[in-house]
Design a protein around this ligand. Sequence first.
Ligand SMILES: [Zn+2]
Length: 1013
Amino acid sequence: MHANRDLVEKRIQRELWERVLPLVHPHQLQLTIEAGPDVEHLEPFVAGSSWGAPWATTWFRLTGEIPADWAGQRVEAVVDLGFHDRAAGFQCEGLVVDLHDDGTFSPLQGIHPRRTNYAVDAIPGPLTLHVEAASNPMFAQFAPSSLGSPDTAGDRQLYRFKRASLVVVDPAAEALAYDIEVLDGVMRSLALDDPRRARLLRTLADTLDRIPDIDAASGIIAPAMAEDFGDAVRHRSVAVGHAHIDTAWLWPIRETKRKCTRTFASAVALMDDYPEYVFAASSAQHYTWIEERHPELFAKIVERVERGQWMPVGGMWVESDMNLPSGESLVRQIVFGQRYFEEKFGMRCTEVWIPDVFGYPAGLPQVFAAGGMDRFVTQKLSWNKQNTFPHSTFWWEGLDGSRVLTHFPPVDTYNAEITPDEFGFSITNFKDHAWSTDSLMPFGHGDGGGGPTREMLERARRLAHIESRATLEVGAPDAMFGRIERTIDAGAPAPVWRGELYFETHRGTLTSQIETKLGNRRCERLLVEAELWAATLGRTADVDHLWKEVLTQQFHDILPGSSIAWAHDDAEAVFAEVGAELETRIASLLVDATGSGTWLANRADVGVDEVVVLDAALAGEHVQTLADGRSAARVRVAALGVGELETLAVDDRVVLSDSSMTNGHLAVRWDAAGNITSIIDLEHAREVVPVGQHMATLELAVDQPVEYDAWDLESWTRAGGTPITVADRVAVVDDGPLVGRVEVTRTFGPSTATVTYELRAGTPQLDVHVAFDWHHDEHLLSMAFPLDVRSDVAMCDIQFGVVARPTHPSSPWDAAKFEVCAHRFVDIAEPEFGVAILNAGRYGHGVFDGAVRVSLAKAANYPDPNADRGHHEITLAIRPHAGGLAEVRAAAARLNSPPRIVSGGTAATAAQPVVRISGADGAPAPGVEVDAIKLADDGSGDLIVRFHEALGNRTRVSVATPARVTDAWRCNLLEEHETGEEVGDGVVTLILRPFQIVTLRLARSSSDDGRTR
Ligand SMILES: [Zn+2]
């Protein structure tokens, strides 16, 4: 026998396709097809014809006759809607339905590109099937397309119906085909000099020699398939069925509801045949759609959950983005998710499941653990463009020291197909063989692919023991995590990764689709505010349904800005509607919380005593009317409270010339083109602007990512900005004494911007308002703040704390962080002096090269060719300060939550702040941030106060309410008691660890209703 490995390997591939697979369907016949827009209007249709305008629905009726001699055999309908074979999902899909007399239907099973068969009972006689088909367009990767909005999609038919037939399945031939495919894959995954490889090659050749005698061929291959490496095996892979369904992306939410129906129906339909099969599905929102639309399918899911075959995972409302939502939004994702799973399935999830999210901030481990999930699954960091993450399984330690057991499935995908090749890769790619033997393999086609297939499950059975390095079992993530936890309990040295899991790609998602992000940020604030004022009045806010609407739009392709136009139009409409509803409710609550006269309501967790600009024409002393009709005045109002609007005297004034603006704290100078050349902090005698540079400069850079246009922002784009220093007009529009404002208008190519510098008397902060009409293509617009301050790190505001990022690209890990997320401020500081750049609505920041650059706008062409073009307004601010971040955090809170004016109040006495949080000496505790104040969800009337230490200090806080606190408990995020807290004289005193989140439940005496004058 001479060496002919190459030739035999080619032979196996060809003969499997051309000689073995045809034996699987020994008999077939064509079905008769009718098609139409609904079942009442069906017309004859022939295979090969086109169908399906973009986003339309087409009904197909398939009829035929099962011959008498097929009785008792395995019979399947095969329906190919004209699937493109290059993708498992992302295109047309069908749903086989049980059509009822009243026109409604129950879903039976999806028809997907790689799941075209539907099993039918082999009863001789007539057969009718109804298929509802959706002609969702495919999008060519990274190419601009008009298909993403119904307004521009047109009505060209997109698909050509390929086939509708009935087939008899020969189970022995089918099993033989699976055997050959799997053994061939295992053989190819072995090293060329592995003796087993040559043996398996010979077995495969001998098997093919017997074709078409199926029994004889099966007899040859059987001993090799039965090889069992049993105890010699070291690694264990748990394969869990899954279908990653994006809540919106290259389709709108309308279609996601149907994708969930098809996929969930398909997932259930395999469970009887494969009792070992477990399907994991996340996102409470997806389940609610099934529950509302198809209760009979939902009932099947409930039954499978009870049997352990269907596994709700993730404990969240949707698989939301993690960088952009507020901390409180992340909490509510978990609260509403866990409550739903508990209510419907009697279980809470123990693992966070967000395999496809674009980076994981350092505050998350604490949030996950406080929501009952101390296990975490993702694989997205396998997409890192620069550095390879060193672990597959590890403790992820957050800002406060909380840890969650984290696993990155080493197959590096959440859409595995359980091929021998993938299985081999998942073994060699696993990075923790030294101490762990367990890994996860999520398998199944996502996004319209219909999840796991029969082929995958057959391969799983065959791969269970015939790999010499590992076993494969189909099961739930819990099985894997449980084994890892036992290994760690027995002393295995699991590695620890401390701090954020920065994602080294998709940095543009911090910036894309400005209005979607602004809408979310506004609604997040209004939701918390509505709860605050309702609690202040002793009422339940009744905003859970509005929270859920907002949480859905935080999904990891909507809020990041990576969806088609349709999805973003939908999101912005939701935010507008929810925002308007909340404004109405807040106005009504504040009328009840105030008396006659004019009041200020301060939702911020810091008090206000400074000059503010109010949207009203005020009269009287100490008021400056601005050129735009608004009023500036110094006002005072407590944190989280209301106060009568009084305009106070100011012992400072803003003095302007045509090139300078000064108050008692800052002296600002600009040149003839409106470029700021100097900002001197008078108190600290420091120049903020480096010599020869300009502050708050617009920069324009070509932004053409290598791929993923809306998602990505490349290092050369971040570094390649050209400053825009020519002005059309520079004008002082308000000249003090309380507010000075200078307007600079600039035109650059097709776009224009008006930048307004605003200095207020008494405040060491220069506000920078940017209003811009953005009409560039594929460009990044930034604002650069070069700072004459030296530090190796920039402190960035994130959810539940601050995180240090490098200001230099020294190591490869540092260099990858050329664009980072910050919520309300980025601060660069020396020990005794620093400068913070505040913002009220942007997230992407570059902090290299001695400057902070705020990314204002991208202009991607894919997937939304008109993304971000139009008018936008953003407010930023420059705030020099002494050491520490307390003042910066307070200023950022005020910038993002300015007080609102209330008049026409109906209360006899105004409401006091519902809670007072103070530091050790009774003074405000500026490093303690309040996240939520609300009545408890259990209807007890208890007050829930969630707050956290935001700056990294260990700090003592006292919590008091106007009505005396009688009992207090620390709770988890779900408001369940964990520990009782001592109450002394109606006050609760706690010591917070750095970055600790506390959810406090307060029972209060009922004798005092909280109102005093
Ligand atoms: Zn996704």
